[in-house]
Design a protein around this ligand. Structure first.
Ligand code: T4K
Length: 429
């Protein structure tokens, strides 16, 4: 039975969530008293875990029909029809001359780095997935970690300029969360210093910048089509470019350097995408607008639901651009919310809401970089700040609007009772 106090508390939380005054009688599912929280022994809000990065499945029937066709044809990989169609559809969608599909985004990055003849030092953000740094270090290129713009979370061109040395050969910008880097400033920097620009556009498939599709900036760009990405090929990636020569080199490199049967003319590796992956990607592209619509609906539900929570902001997307809304990125300012990001994360995880601290703790704090570059953090104050504040919330086609309402109400009620929650944490410690 709910006590009068519980009921008054729920009412006040609901009212504060909706900016209403006293007297509201609504109770919002998800609101919890501290002693109802799963972290303190209560029943979790969700029976099944809600994940960040639950795959978007696309058109299942179309996919399964393609799989049957692939099996019937007994053509599973190596210059197959589905990979070819996948590449052409991406070229058309992005308005680019070349898409070279690969087995994953990391290999695509490695091949692009090599095809661009990068060496010595390459400047990139630390606030990104570790694959970016590894793709360089793997080829004995030093990743030079650069700070980010706190508003966009993307590489800060002014800080990048400070990090250029005679050994610098390129810049790897990452269009984080689907939002473009400052491509004009980076292009100007690259021109001035004779550098190559490679973009990691893994988060930015089907997003635009200044009305142009992302993928068309820099010397080349890389996409990831991992299961967790907006469009997935189970595992997969691609390099896109308008440069014919570079594209030809990359095509050789991803297929052992083969140019026709029995004829190897270049050093290469095996970066090929298989046919079933391409079929999965095609079924996703066929549903692209539907997936965007669900992501956008979810994003807007979070925005509404969290609008009045003190100390919590949801990263805004530029409504003038095409967005995929694949990530719901929040920042938590503990001095206002009363709860640290990590405490809130613990609370959410106990409730089966598996929010993620992307990209904690920053590449520079992971091996081998932590050992190789122990001082790197001193040049990365914004990165360090973001690593302690950012939390991504579950979204995608596996998450419903009512789930989001509950998650928002839960967060709001936890922030509302932060002092008591903190006392309980201390008592349990
Ligand atoms: N550049 C950037 C900026 C990237 O974000 C990434 C990858 C890359 C490059 C490299 O591209 P790939 O080589 O991966 O194509 C995940 C992904 O593994 C990784 O692909 C992704 N970025 C990164 C942001 O997230 P983890 O360590 O968080 O993965 P994991 O296994 O914890 O999965 C994330 C969540 O997704 C889980 O909470 C559960 C859910 N999930 C995952 C899979 C695989 C599912 O529900 N179903 C699934 O099948 O790195």
């Amino acid at each position: 039975m709910e006590s009068a106090l519980d009921s008054a508390f729920r009412t006040s939380v609901y009212a504060s969530l909706n900016g209403e005054g006293e007297g509201s009688v609504n109770v919002r599912p998800g609101c919890k008293q501290p002693d109802e929280l799963a972290i303190f022994g209560g029943r979790p809000l969700f029976e099944e875990k809600l994940h960040v990065g639950r795959p978007n499945i696309g058109d299942r029937d179309r996919f399964l029909a393609c799989v049957n066709d692939i099996l019937d044809s007994r053509w599973l990989t190596n210059k197959g029809r589905y990979v070819d169609r996948f590449e052409r559809e991406i070229e058309a969608l992005l308005g680019l001359k070349h898409c070279i599909a690969m087995c994953n985004g990391t290999v695509a990055l490695e091949i692009a780095v090599r095809a661009l003849d990068l060496s010595g030092e390459v400047i990139l953000p630390s606030f990104t997935f570790i694959a970016c740094a590894h793709a360089l270090q793997w080829q004995r290129i030093k990743p030079v970690f650069c700070d980010v713009d706190p508003a966009t979370h993307n590489i800060d061109p002014a800080r990048a300029a400070d990090m250029i040395t005679p050994r610098t050969t390129g810049i790897m910008g990452v269009h984080l969360w689907g939002q473009a880097c400052d491509t004009d400033a980076l292009a100007a920097l690259a021109r001035e210093h004779g550098l190559k620009v490679l973009y990691d556009a893994s988060h930015a498939f089907a997003c635009s910048h200044g009305g142009r599709m992302i993928g068309g900036f820099g010397d080349a760009a890389v996409f990831s089509f991992h299961a967790t990405k907006f469009i997935n090929t189970l595992e997969g990636g691609a390099v896109v470019t308008d440069n014919d020569e570079l594209a030809a080199k990359i095509r050789l490199m991803k297929n052992f350097g083969f140019s026709g049967m029995d004829n190897v003319i270049y050093i290469g590796t095996n970066g090929k995408m298989n046919e079933i992956s391409a079929a999965m990607g095609l079924s996703g592209i066929g549903c692209l607008e539907d997936i965007v619509a669900v992501n956008r609906r979810n994003y807007e539900a979070y925005q509404r639901g969290l609008a009045n929570v003190p100390g919590l902001t949801v990263l805004r997307y530029d409504a003038r651009e095409r967005q995929n809304y694949q990530y719901v990125v929040t920042e938590i300012e503990e001095t206002e919310s009363g709860l640290s990001r990590d405490r809130l994360l613990e609370i959410l995880h106990a409730e089966s809401v598996i929010a993620r601290r992307y990209f904690y703790p920053g590449c520079h704090r992971m091996e081998p970089y932590r050992t190789l570059q122990p001082e790197a953090g001193s040049a990365l104050p914004e990165t360090e700040r973001l690593c302690a504040r950012v939390m991504c919330l579950p979204t995608g086609t596996a998450v419903g609007e009512s789930d989001i309402d509950k998650i928002c109400a839960l967060i709001a009620s936890a922030v509302d009772r932060s002092s008591e929650i903190n006392r309980r944490f201390q008592a349990h410690a």
